[in-house]
Write a protein that binds this ligand. Structure first.
Ligand code: GLU
Length: 513
């Protein structure tokens, strides 16, 4: 199915709350596809359901897209030839299409009250039938198909409450192509006559979505799998409105699943399972409940993008680390899988660690400098850079560098208990003291000198390096693991190392006595 059409895609969220990370992935795939084909990326805010409108949600969506580096070509803030990009501001545009459907016999007025609809559902359920307003049940309801024409006219004249529903055929096979799923076949007997427009002139999602995709010349509808059941209805709307020739191609993305694969990743999962499900932290405007965000947890936007790109899409080789430009280059909808993608926390952490390793020390230090200074007071930038360089290798988030940096700015306050119990033997203390005196005598300065003299000292005294190495690390840092030990010695200098060993020994004696 190749056409010469310009690629125009849209991300069309409803501002009903914070944007789920799955929504960010949908936006990302649209963006990659648009950039790859030198097309246009549009943001359209689908806010026709005023009951579900949440203040702050639209801004949150825009901030999230900006944070991950998704640039918009047209949208509420960018403007564009198809403005406005907020459906509530487009309200007057939809009515004519509903009227066109009415005139051509593809839609009808329905006047049923809530109670009547309820009674219908109960009746159908009781007789074990599909409880929908459809080609069969509509014939026993109050609508322009069953009421006399003059009554319909009178009701409309009187301003009676009504909705406009699509009039689907009773049994007709609908077949459309989805780039990810292939041919999809649905029979209209499984569908209901969805409401297209309400009496107040507000369209429902279905009408507004199709009309806007048409007016905005959308070439590809790339959206989550949860919209697949709506696609046959949208197909019928294109057909009834005479737009079949310019119907966009569909691509329904697989769901994002919980790590164990059991069900969709939901709002509650993140904070329960230890990872955010929202890009940015969100405070609910009504309950003040806070949901954590990737940004605030310390994830880099590049790593979130990389992780999301691979949740559902597979490159043709085994490459895992992709910049945005590389993703644009490699991305194809044909390589998006049909089956749900399991969220993998370890992978998310691995990506962040990988991006952290790739950052230069200055950049990391600059992002932490204020927090460092607030915690430890003033110090030489060069020293700070060295601390970052040594600690960055082992952590997944840059803020862990700050958490783990205490012993660089003062003596350790506690010492790893396990190492002390296991590795500190009778002579360990005196050996450590002799070692540090030896370092002073040898005027050890660089990491390589410390290393060389450490080996020489052990050899002279008949000690195994392995027996002294971990006690040395614990004595100077308090920790069982950490950056390369000889680099630490170089940074602290032999006098300071000596003091650290003395302090450690006196504290251990205290705690042991
Ligand atoms: N407004 C829908 C949503 O909130 C958009 C679905 C679509 O892309 O067609 O996700």
């Amino acid at each position: 199915m190749t056409t010469e059409r310009d690629v125009r895609v849209r991300f069309a969220p409803s501002p009903t709350g914070p944007l789920h990370i799955g929504g960010v992935r949908t936006a990302l795939y649209n963006y990659l596809f648009a950039r790859k084909h030198k097309g246009t990326m549009i943001l359209r805010i689908e806010d026709t359901d005023q009951n579900r409108f949440v203040p702050g949600a639209e801004q949150y969506i825009k901030d999230s897209l900006k944070w991950v580096g998704i640039e918009l070509d047209e949208g509420p803030d960018q403007g564009g030839a198809n403005a406005p990009y907020r459906q509530s501001e487009r309200k007057p545009m939809y009515r004519q299409y509903a009227d066109q459907l009415l005139e051509n016999g593809f839609a009808y007025y329905a006047f049923d009250t809530e109670e009547e609809l309820d009674a219908m559902r109960k009746r159908l359920e009781a007789s074990k039938m599909q409880s929908a307003y459809d080609a069969v049940s509509r014939m026993s309801m109050k609508n322009s198909l069953t009421l006399p024409a003059d009554e319909v006219a009178e009701r409309l004249q009187n301003g009676d409450n009504y909705v406009i529903r699509i009039k689907l055929p009773r049994k007709e096979e609908i077949r459309f192509y989805d780039i990810i799923r292939g041919w999809v076949t649905v029979n209209t007997s499984q569908m209901d006559d969805k409401v297209l427009l309400k009496g107040d002139g507000m369209p429902t999602y279905h009408l507004a979505n199709v009309v806007d995709d048409y007016l905005m010349q959308i070439s590809h509808v790339i959206r989550g799998e949860e919209w697949l059941p709506s696609a046959p209805l949208h197909y019928m709307l294109y057909k009834y409105l005479g737009w079949q020739d310019v119907m966009p191609q569909f691509a329904h993305l697989p769901l994002l699943l919980k790590p164990d694969g059991n069900g969709k990743l939901s709002k509650r999962d993140g904070d329960r399972l230890g990872f955010p499900v929202f890009p940015l932290q969100w405070t609910d405007p009504v309950t003040n409940e806070i949901s954590s965000g990737y940004r605030e947890r310390g994830y880099f936007p590049e790593s979130v993008v990389n992780m999301l790109a691979l949740l559902g899409w597979h490159p043709s080789d085994n490459q895992e680390v992709f910049s945005m430009d590389e993703l644009v280059e490699a991305f194809t909808l044909e390589k998006v899988s049909k089956s749900g993608a399991k969220f993998d926390l370890n992978k998310a952490l691995w990506f962040n660690q990988t991006y952290l390793q790739g950052k230069n020390v200055n950049e990391i230090f600059n992002s932490l400098e204020d927090q460092f200074k607030a915690k430890y007071g003033d110090f030489e930038t060069e020293y700070g850079l060295k601390v970052v360089e040594l600690l960055k290798e082992k952590v997944q988030f840059s803020n862990q560098i700050l958490d783990e940096s205490g012993y660089f700015f003062g003596m350790p306050e506690k010492y790893d208990k396990q190492v002390i119990e296991k590795k500190f033997k009778e002579n360990t203390g005196s050996n450590l003291l002799s070692l540090s005196n030896y370092f002073i005598d040898c005027k050890c300065f660089s990491a390589s000198e410390f290393e060389q003299e450490f080996k020489a000292f052990c050899e002279k005294n008949g000690l195994k390096t392995g027996d002294l190495l971990q006690p040395l690390r614990v004595a100077i840092s308090g920790e069982a693991v950490g950056p390369p030990i000889f680099e630490l010695l170089e940074l602290f200098g032999n006098e300071n190392v000596h003091k650290r060993i003395e302090k450690c020994l006196s504290e251990i004696n205290l705690s042991l006595s």
